[in-house]
Write a protein that binds this ligand. Structure first.
Ligand SMILES: [Zn+2]
Length: 232
């Protein structure tokens, strides 16, 4: 309480890490996205002095919803939670919000954007930035990551976990590149995506993970500084 009271007098930026509880293949923990988002947030905060909120460890999962271990929110619940978190931190003096997600599901990322747009008008004195660890990894590490189309529980996420929490990685997994029907929504997702891996975990290493985290976190720190300087 006293640390927070002191901190908010100097800094009004909060990074809210958003994760998921979601299958990440046979080899990574269900909270992989939360672990990665929290780590990037922690590093970006170290760089910038921003505050880091406790992570929200559940999100909106669709393509993995039926795989063992996935537990998520409906979009309505998730949007309501994000609104309440922003209002809550605003009431506590925060003005600059960075929503940083480790989970890249389409509906999840859309919901973040919807709430961000809505809150800009509901609270006229705030600024909002949206960051996705997956997008940052794609844009910052294309020379480093070997797997084309790496996405879920593959080379990038496995490398990050090997760097952050190697004890939580149980071996490796086979590569998979699922294809879902074009345009048609399917109920039985596991028929099209067996292993829950999208990419090639065999290409992962702790050294790669350290480099990915370094680059992605310094990009996230830049966003924090951009947001604080930003004038419309
Ligand atoms: Zn993930």
């Amino acid at each position: 309480m006293t640390q927070f009271a002191r901190a908010r007098r100097k800094k009004r930026t909060v990074i809210i890490p958003l994760g998921s509880t979601e299958e990440h293949g046979p080899h990574l923990p269900l909270d992989t996205d939360t672990i990665i988002a929290r780590e990037i947030a922690r590093r970006a905060a170290e760089d910038t002095g921003a505050l880091v909120a406790p992570a929200l460890s559940y999100g909106i999962c669709t393509s993995t919803a039926l795989h063992p271990g996935t537990v998520g929110f409906s979009p309505d619940t998730f949007r309501a939670l994000l609104r309440d978190l922003i209002r809550g931190f605003h009431a506590q003096g925060m003005r600059f919000f960075v929503l940083l997600t480790g989970h890249a599901g389409g509906l999840h990322v859309n919901a973040m954007r919807e709430v961000g747009e809505e809150m800009l008008f509901a609270l006229p004195d705030i600024r909002v930035a949206l960051l996705s660890a997956y997008d940052l990894m794609k844009s910052e590490t294309s020379d480093l990551v070997e797997t084309k189309g790496d996405s879920h529980a593959g080379e990038m996420e496995t490398s990050c976990l090997l760097a952050i929490a190697p004890g939580l990685v149980t071996g490796t997994a086979k590569k998979e590149y699922p294809t879902f029907p074009k345009a048609i929504l399917v109920r039985k997702k596991m028929r099209y995506w067996k292993s829950g891996v999208w990419g090639d975990p065999a290409k992962a290493s702790a050294a790669k993970g350290r480099e990915i985290l370094e680059r992605v976190s310094s990009r996230a720190a830049e966003t924090v500084r951009d947001l604080e300087r930003f004038r419309e």
